[in-house]
Design a protein around this ligand. Sequence first.
Ligand SMILES: C[S@@+](CC[C@H](N)C(=O)[O-])C[C@H]1O[C@@H](n2cnc3c(N)ncnc32)[C@H](O)[C@@H]1O
Length: 278
Amino acid sequence: MLDTSAIVSSSLPRPASGPPLRLAALPGVYAPTDDSWLLAAALAEEELRGARVLDLCTGSGVLALTAALAGADVTAVDVSRRAALTARLNLRRHRVPGRVLRGDLLDAVTGAFDVIVSNPPYVPATRADVPRRGEARAWDAGTDGRVVIDRICRAAPGRLRPGGVVLLVHSHVAGIERTVDLLRAGGLDAEVTVRRSLAFGPVMRERAAYLRSLGLVAPEDEHEELAVVRAVRPAGSAPASRAGGGRVSSGSGVTAAGSGDAATEDGEIGMAGSVRTP
Ligand SMILES: C[S@@+](CC[C@H](N)C(=O)[O-])C[C@H]1O[C@@H](n2cnc3c(N)ncnc32)[C@H](O)[C@@H]1O
């Protein structure tokens, strides 16, 4: 068990508008920042009451919480044990139900969803693979920043109900048009619905020289463009791709992927171990 006495209390930044969230985060868990709030605002504009919502890369659970407070049936997934525990605590704190699983993206769940939302790691890094542990797992995403985004773009279309929506946020440094193209290739109607130019945060500042060497940031420029990509599966369409080796159910229920899959049971906050908060 993690020692929850180490929890950092609730002075995380909040959006100017939106639900009054009282979030806490265990050390090392990504605290909501501009990208989180941009996506939370976009998420809040969706039809969430009664919708089956999947929050991939949940971190503190800020997006899962936004959906749950709006009456959605929420499943949240994070590969980090601390993040899964944090998200679970934050849902519990707000007395809303939600299933939080520790696992690897869509491999952690079966079933289909009305909304798949994600603020994935997207910062280009000098190493080609993704870190297996540590804080950087929240942002480092291979040399082009797309290791996690590409997996989501390829797998999510096959896990949407007809009329369902994928909502992703990331920076221009990871290539916004490629995200739109990949989701379109999956049979979705994809477009950028929000663009915001923002000053670099600490991670981007630290990475600026590398990003400039790749030509992704102009000399002297200290801004990035964040974009929300919204992609809809047309009602009545068959998904162009099916993820998870045929594990997509009829959509009547969401279950954690079993131990035969990439995710395995791991006790109370186990990989893909399902816990519903009260
Ligand atoms: C940028 S943070 C976003 C946190 C939160 N959703 C937010 O918007 O503030 C990315 C999160 O993705 C998680 N993550 C990284 N790789 C993952 C994977 N393969 N499967 C699930 N979660 C992953 C990290 O642990 C981290 O919590």
